[in-house]
Ligand binder design. Structure first.
Ligand code: NAD
Ligand code: USQ
Length: 382
C-alpha cells in the first residue's frame, strides 16, 4: 500500500507508521506539531521523552532499515495537502491528525473554536483533496465512541434501521456527544458521509474508544522510537493517568461516582484495527462505520484494576472520588455493538494485571519527568 498517515507524530500515529513501514508498505507521515504546541501552551509534556519527528524517522531507518517519508504540514493548508496527495498518490489515507482532547475543547470559547476549526477544516480539506487528486483512495478516519454519548438504547455501528409512521429507512445513528471536541468528530462524520454519498468517495469512520498502553512492538525496540504518553488533566486519558498517579503516590482520580462506562482498547489493538480496516477497504460510495474498542469498563473498575496491579508491585495506591469536572451521566445504560472488526479478524488483547504492570514499569523509568502540578482536574464543563 501507499499510505499517508495524518497526525503521524502523535500517540497513535507514530507507532502506526512504524508498523506499516515494517510490513513494507510505502509510508508518509504528516504533522504540524499541534499536540506538542498544546503542551507548550499548558506548560506540560509527555511522560516519555519523545524525539523530534525527523530524529524518530532517522532512528527508525537505522534500527529497521525501513524509510518513512515525513512532512511538516498543516492539514488546514489545502494547497499543500492537495500537492502532497498528488505527488505521493496514496491508495490509503489514515487520518489521526486532529486536536484530540475533550478538556482542551472546554477551556474557553477560543479553545472550543480552535478544536472545531482545526478538526473540521482539516477533515474537509482531506475529502476535497481526495476528490480532486485521488478519488479512488480509501480514507480511514479516526472518530470516537463519544460521538454517540450514552443513550438509553443499544448503540449500533454507525447506522440504525428506523420505522416511523409506517415507513422505514436506514439512517446514521443519533449522536449526543459530551464536549466540543467530540462534537467536532460528529461534524466530520457528517461531512465524510456526504462526500461518500455524493462524490462516491470510500471511507471507514472508526468510532474508537479510549486507548491505553505505552508500547507497540516497534516502540520497544529503542528509546528513540518511543511514542508520547500524556498524563496531565488536559491531554492524558483515564487508564494512562491512573498508572502515573499510582507510581508517583498521587491518589487515583475517579471523577464523580466513577460509574461512567466507556469502551477501551490497547494501543496495540488500535494498530491491529487500522491494519484490518485498511487491508479491506470500504466500497466506492460507502462510509463504513466500525465501533473500535475491545472491552467495556466503568471508571471505577479501571481504577480498581490499577490499584490491584500497583499494590502487587509494592505501591500504596489508593483511589479518590473527586468532584466531577465534566458534565456527564455517572449512572447510565451502555451497550454498544462492536462486531465488525472482530468479523474482520481482530484478536483483542484484553486488559490484565500483567499488562497494567508493563505500563507501570515503563512509568517507573520516567517518573522523574512527571509534573505533579499537571494532574488535578482544573478544566470544568460548567
Ligand atoms: P495525538 O494528539 O497524539 O495525535 C494527533 C496528531 O495530529 C498530533 O501529533 C498533532 O500534532 C497532529 N495534528 C493535529 N492537527 C493537525 C493539523 N492541522 N495538521 C497536521 N497535524 C495535526 O492524539 P492521539 O491520541 O494519537 O489520537 C489520534 C486520533 O485518534 C485523533 O483524531 C483522536 O481524536 C482519535 N482518538 C484517540 C483516542 C485516544 O484515546 N488516544 C481515542 C479515540 C479516538
Ligand atoms: N476520567 C476520570 N478520571 C480521570 C480522567 C478521566 O474519572 O482522571 C473519566 C472521565 O470523566 C470520563 C472517562 O474517564 O468519564 C474517560 O475520560 P478520558 O479523559 O479517558 O477520555 P475522553 O475525554 O473521553 O477522551 C479520550 C481521548 C479522545 C477520544 C476518547 C474516546 O482523549 O481523543 O476520542 O477518549 S471516547 O471516550 O470513547 O469518546
Amino acid at each position: 500500500m501507499r499510505i499517508i498517515i495524518l497526525g503521524g507524530d502523535g500517540y497513535l500515529g507514530w507507532p502506526t507508521a512504524m508498523h506499516f513501514s515494517r510490513l513494507d508498505d510505502d509510508v508518509a507521515i504528516v504533522d504540524n506539531f499541534t499536540r506538542r504546541a498544546g503542551h507548550l501552551e499548558r506548560g506540560t509534556g509527555s511522560l516519555t521523552p519523545i524525539a523530534p519527528m525527523q530524529d524518530r524517522v532517522a532512528a527508525w531507518e537505522q534500527v529497521s532499515g525501513h524509510r518513512i517519508e515525513s512532512h511538516v504540514l498543516d492539514i488546514c493548508d489545502f494547497t499543500a495537502l492537495r500537492d502532497l496527495f498528488e505527488k505521493f498518490a496514496p491508495d490509503t489515507i489514515v487520518h489521526y491528525g486532529e486536536i484530540a482532547s475533550a478538556p482542551y475543547s472546554m477551556i474557553d470559547r477560543d479553545h472550543a473554536w480552535e478544536t472545531q476549526r482545526n478538526n473540521v477544516e482539516g477533515c474537509m480539506n482531506v475529502i476535497w483533496a481526495m476528490r480532486e487528486v485521488c478519488p479512488d483512495a480509501h480514507l480511514v478516519k479516526l472518530g470516537t465512541m463519544g460521538e454517540y454519548g450514552t443513550p438509553n438504547i443499544d448503540i449500533e455501528e454507525g447506522y440504525l434501521d428506523y420505522e416511523h409512521n409506517g415507513r422505514t429507512d436506514r439512517l446514521p445513528f443519533p449522536k449526543l456527544p459530551g464536549s466540543f471536541y467530540h462534537l467536532s468528530k460528529v461534524h466530520d462524520s457528517h461531512n465524510i458521509h456526504f462526500a461518500c454519498r455524493v462524490w462516491g468517495l470510500r471511507a471507514t469512520d472508526l468510532n474508537q474508544g479510549v486507548v491505553y498502553g505505552i508500547h507497540s512492538d516497534d516502540t520497544e525496540l529503542d528509546d528513540r522510537l518511543l511514542t508520547r504518553f500524556d498524563y496531565d488533566e488536559i491531554f492524558g486519558t483515564a487508564l494512562n493517568r491512573f498508572c502515573v498517579q499510582a507510581v508517583i503516590g498521587h491518589s487515583i482520580s475517579v471523577y464523580g461516582k466513577g460509574h461512567q462506562t466507556r469502551g477501551f482498547l490497547n494501543i496495540r489493538d488500535t494498530i491491529q484495527c487500522i491494519e484490518l480496516a485498511t487491508r479491506t477497504p470500504a466500497a466506492v460510495g460507502e462510509m463504513r462505520v466500525f465501533n473500535q474498542f475491545t472491552e467495556l469498563f466503568t471508571v471505577m473498575q479501571l481504577a480498581e484494576e490499577v490499584v490491584t496491579a500497583a499494590r502487587h508491585l509494592g505501591y500504596n495506591a489508593e483511589l479518590e472520588h473527586v468532584d466531577n469536572p465534566r458534565f456527564e451521566l455517572e449512572e447510565h445504560y451502555y451497550n454498544p455493538t462492536h462486531t465488525k472488526l472482530l468479523e474482520l479478524g481482530l484478536k483483542p488483547r484484553l486488559l490484565s494485571d500483567e499488562l497494567i504492570e508493563t505500563v507501570l514499569h515503563t512509568v517507573e523509568r520516567f517518573k522523574d519527568r512527571v509534573n505533579p502540578r499537571a494532574i488535578d482536574p482544573a478544566t470544568r464543563w460548567r
